[in-house]
Design a protein around this ligand. Structure first.
Ligand SMILES: C[S@@+](CC[C@H](N)C(=O)[O-])C[C@H]1O[C@@H](n2cnc3c(N)ncnc32)[C@H](O)[C@@H]1O
Length: 265
């Protein structure tokens, strides 16, 4: 029987739980992109200005973001579909802090909570969701009125995916040679404007959004092979994007901060 993307994600992250933290520590362009994303997510959380906020880290992975939030004094709940990811998170958090952390194994498309969170962070998950509308509806439900959602998508129209010739050809001829649990070409990518429209329709107002990850890549091989070159290009474009907002729409990752309407139930 064909596995759906959710099952594939679960299997993939259960198998690769030992490597995820290392992806943030590696000295390469991918690690740079992940760390920039983390930086913006944490900034968005802090700018909500809710001291000791109750935060759901939806799809917490190995706790890279949860751990930082706990250190900053937030009351963090982590949920992930992959048991091994949760095990890693638990171990890291116990080693690095003595603050309480609540966690459970589960699917973010069906959450065992009511509207109890000040903030929900959903970082790096949307690529693996079968039905994004259903998941957004579920996230709205668990956020308090006037609470915040901080969520990331992979941009369908980023410079890197538009010019990723190898991936486009692979998709066209169905020859998927990328050796990882989930083929890159199966990742769900969305256009930023479609996604923002979905959030508005679901009961949010947009507060801020930012795109990043501007370098052109060709699968594992980079078009310009030196990682430092990619990082410098990326940094320059990130800087420029603060003056030219449309540049944000060309980044590989798109991060949105949205606020739930008071009367949205
Ligand atoms: C790319 S990792 C991101 C982890 C973390 N948020 C971070 O930014 O470091 C994606 C995580 O989402 C989890 N995941 C994927 N689909 C999920 C779902 N439907 N419900 C809960 N977790 C899910 C995976 O198990 C994995 O740990």
């Amino acid at each position: 029987m064909q596995k759906n993307i959710k099952q594939k994600a679960k299997d993939h992250f259960n198998k690769s739980s030992g490597n995820w933290t290392g992806q943030y520590r590696a000295k390469n362009y991918n690690a740079h992109v992940l760390n920039v994303r983390k930086h913006h997510v944490l900034r968005f959380v802090d700018e909500c200005g809710i001291k000791g906020a109750k935060i759901l880290d939806a799809g917490c992975g190995t706790g890279e973001i949860s751990l930082e939030l706990i250190k900053r004094g937030y009351d963090v709940f982590g949920i992930d579909i992959a048991l091994n990811m949760i095990r890693e998170t638990k171990q890291r958090i116990e080693e690095e802090t003595d603050q309480p952390f609540h966690f459970l194994v589960g699917d973010i498309s069906s959450l065992p909570f009511n509207n109890s969170f000040d903030i929900v962070c959903c970082v790096g998950i949307t690529a693996y969701l079968e039905n994004i509308q259903q998941t957004i509806a579920e996230l709205v439900r668990v956020i308090k009125p006037e609470g915040y959602l901080i969520i990331t998508i992979r941009n369908k129209y980023s410079i890197s995916s538009m010019l990723n010739v190898v991936s486009i050809i692979k998709r066209c001829i169905g020859r998927l040679g990328w050796k990882c649990g989930i083929e890159r070409s199966e990742w769900k990518c969305y256009s930023p404007w479609w996604f923002e429209h979905l959030l508005r329709k679901s009961g949010f107002e947009l507060v801020e959004s930012i795109g990043h990850g501007f370098a052109i890549k060709m699968d594992k091989r980079c078009l310009f092979s030196t990682k430092y070159f990619l990082i410098v290009i990326n940094k320059m474009l990130e800087f420029l994007s603060s003056f030219c907002p449309w540049l944000n729409l060309c980044g590989e990752m798109y991060i949105v901060k949205a606020k739930k309407f008071v009367n949205c139930e």
